[in-house]
Design a protein around this ligand. Structure first.
Ligand code: MG
Length: 340
């Protein structure tokens, strides 16, 4: 089995600003696995928040261990060989996991969702993210997001009510709020009270991940559902979240791929937690990989590819009602664009 990789800088349509950071572009790594004349593709979009970086991935790949892969007739054997080479870097593990699933789907001529016994027609709508910005740009972004029935609005700024008021000047549609750990308990209580009159569906990660017991206190009084993101990386995080949150947000880049994401979905359901499937700012390659699991979840926030201007891939689409539409080709079903 042959392995190679390439690097790419994805450009944001608008500066992507959340409570802790602002970016105009992100460096990602694409990985490719080739066997039997087929090539599987995957993407790593590392996040500083989880202690991972583009340079770290290049350093791991630079050691040359990926160039000695054995040919095999099994997806599990491919994954068993690849995962330890990633040295605990979850976004790189996500990349090789999706490349292996893509390759094996192509070899077996089956779309990925079939591996999980899913119907690729039963797709959820996705929310569309409105990053932190000046009032006029926020209004412009909300207008651009007209076809999406639900918005996800980034807060945690010190001027959060103003942001919601700007959104509400343009639309009354349901909002999901993401504070990205930006509040303390007092602020979170006040904001949850106020937001409950603003047609808000839920609040994501109100408090820092290391304030789990305070989040549990917030849950006792909040009339809005609380969804864990920075608190919910892999399946082993889930049991302790039951008392503090109503649901979890799963991302391939945090958990290391579609198999672990599927395990997280099962674990969350066993703990009576709702499930949201999200993403980083990413190309259509990894957003499509996540979308194959979306028939299983309560909420989809798979819009990372819609926030960029130079997507080199084509895969999952969004119809005019904001519903995700999977490609029907084998594997991930993703193709490379001729020109970006
Ligand atoms: Mg979030």
């Amino acid at each position: 089995m042959k392995f190679h990789y390439s690097t790419y800088r994805i450009q944001c349509r608008h500066s992507f600003t959340i409570s802790r950071s602002s970016n105009d572009s992100f460096n990602v790594v694409f990985v490719y696995l080739t066997q039997d004349g087929k090539t599987g593709m995957g993407e790593a979009a590392p996040s500083k928040r989880y202690g991972e970086s583009f340079d770290q991935i290049l350093s791991i790949l630079g050691h040359g261990t990926f160039s000695k892969l054995t040919d095999t007739n099994s997806l599990d054997k491919t994954l068993d060989e690849l995962r330890p080479l990633c040295q605990g870097c979850n976004s790189l593990e996500a990349a090789v996991d999706m490349a292996a699933h893509d390759l094996w789907g192509k070899i077996e001529d089956k779309p990925l969702f079939q591996k999980f016994g899913l119907n690729g027609q039963e797709m959820p709508v996705t929310s569309f993210t409105i990053g932190i910005d000046s009032p006029d740009v926020i209004q412009e972004k909300v207008k651009e997001a007209e076809k999406f029935p639900i918005l996800k609005v980034k807060l945690g700024t010190g001027s959060d009510k103003e942001i919601i008021r700007e959104v509400r000047k343009v639309t009354g549609k349901p909002i999901r709020v993401d504070a990205n750990e930006g509040w303390n308990l007092e602020e979170a209580k006040n904001m949850c009270d106020w937001l409950s009159s603003q047609n808000v569906e839920f609040v994501e990660q109100p408090l820092p991940a290391n304030k789990l017991s305070e989040t549990a206190i917030l849950k006792e009084t909040s009339t809005l559902k609380l969804i864990a993101d920075e608190n919910s990386l892999t399946a082993s995080d889930i049991p302790e979240l039951e008392n503090a949150f109503h649901g979890i947000n799963i991302k391939l880049m945090k958990c290391g791929g579609v198999d672990e994401a599927n395990k997280m979905i099962e674990t969350a359901k066993n703990h009576k937690l709702e499930v949201m499937l999200g993403c980083m700012v990413e190309s259509s390659l990894s957003v499509t990989a996540a979308a194959h699991l979306s028939p299983l979840v309560d909420y989809a926030d798979l819009d990372g590819n819609l926030l960029i201007t130079n997507d080199p891939f084509e895969g999952v689409k969004v119809d005019k009602e904001g519903r995700l539409v999977l490609p029907s080709n084998p594997g991930l079903g993703v193709t490379m664009r001729e020109q970006v």
